[in-house]
Design a protein around this ligand. Structure first.
Ligand code: UDP
Ligand code: MG
Length: 315
């Protein structure tokens, strides 16, 4: 029986790139024989013509599915909305802006047929990104890896092919503050990397800025590991031990006749430092409590305004 490959494309204000994307996708289906394809677009509350363009494409192409979310939820949520609805035996997640070349998909499919469950594309190069962005992302992955025993894939984004069992695994992740990349690592299964050159986006603008990236980074750490809480405990323990020794020393000192001098500066230094440290750790605890709060609300992750299903198989 012919297998179906679903391609999941989250799109937010991507009207400038869609025409080029459709062309590349059509070229893909023309070059790969022996599979059904589904192109599942998730329109993430775009404020431009994105949805209209996708709908027009869906009229002429039976492979196109689309989900229109009720508002902008962010890429992470757009992806789970797609994952919940894919029909394929395998799923490829790809950005709409053609930074991830669809031409890599045939190679992914080959590896999948060899028995790999998660064929992820690792960037050889990152054109069109600043030195600072590359460095900070490198540091972030180092930090994340050092705080957990789950192996994390470096220089890897969401561009990958997932087998059905990975899809079914990911569907079970219902947390609202999502870091999907961490989930790919978490689920495990047979992974295989292939290398590619990440192109600059062909048109339009990136939706990421440093504020969003920092938020994603914090979500990544707090959803992946409780190491910061452990650091707080260990640090508190060390400081308490030191403080206890110092107090002993202060108590014993007068017994040997050493005079106690004025100590305003040292006192202030210690108080201010400890005050700062306590605030930081309270903040960290707050981060986790905030997450508990958000999860206990048990809200739906997204709402769908319209869902259109492809019917490649019926042809
Ligand atoms: N995206 C989305 N919702 C958002 C922001 C982005 O669905 O709120 C999509 C966007 O349309 C693109 C992908 O996520 O297909 C990656 O976004 P972008 O290219 O802006 O990120 P970058 O490549 O700069 O990291
Ligand atoms: Mg991009």
């Amino acid at each position: 029986m012919k297998k179906t490959i679903s391609v999941l494309i989250p799109a937010y204000n991507e009207q400038a790139v869609l025409a080029a994307l459709f062309e590349r996708l059509d070229a893909l289906t023309a070059s790969v024989k022996g599979y059904y394809f589904e192109f599942l677009f998730v329109n993430d509350g775009s404020r431009d013509e994105t949805l209209e363009i996708i709908k027009r494409y869906a009229k002429t192409n039976r492979r196109v599915s689309y989900i229109n979310l009720s508002r902008n939820f962010g890429k992470e949520i757009a992806m789970i909305a797609g994952i919940d609805h894919v029909q394929g035996d395998a799923l490829v997640i790809i950005d709409a802006d053609l930074q991830d070349p669809p031409e890599l998909i045939p190679d992914m499919i080959k590896l999948w047929e060899q028995g790999y469950d998660d064929v992820y594309a690792r960037r050889k190069s990152r054109d069109g990104e600043t030195w600072l962005k590359k460095k900070t992302s490198q540091w972030y992955y180092k930090l994340l890896q050092s705080s957990t025993t789950i192996p994390i894939q470096i220089d890897t984004g969401d561009f990958r092919l997932l087998d059905r069992r990975c899809i079914d695994a990911l569907k079970q992740f219902r947390e609202s503050q999502r870091n999907t990349k961490a989930m790919f690592s978490w689920i495990g299964y047979k992974k295989k990397e292939i290398f590619y050159d990440r192109d600059p986006r062909i048109a339009g603008e990136t939706k990421w800025n440093y504020r969003k990236l920092i938020n994603l980074a914090i979500d990544g750490i707090t959803s992946f590991t409780t190491a910061p809480l452990r650091i707080a405990s260990v640090f508190g323990l060390i400081v308490s031990c030191l403080a206890f020794c110092y107090v002993l020393y202060l108590v014993i000192r007068p017994l040997f006749g050493v005079p106690t001098g004025a100590g305003y500066s040292s006192l202030m230094a210690v108080i201010l430092f400890m005050g700062g440290v306590q605030m930081i750790f309270l903040g960290i605890i707050g981060e986790y409590i905030g997450r508990i709060f958000n999860e206990t609300k048990q809200r739906p992750l997204y709402l769908i305004e319209e869902y259109h299903q492809a019917h490649d198989k019926k042809q």
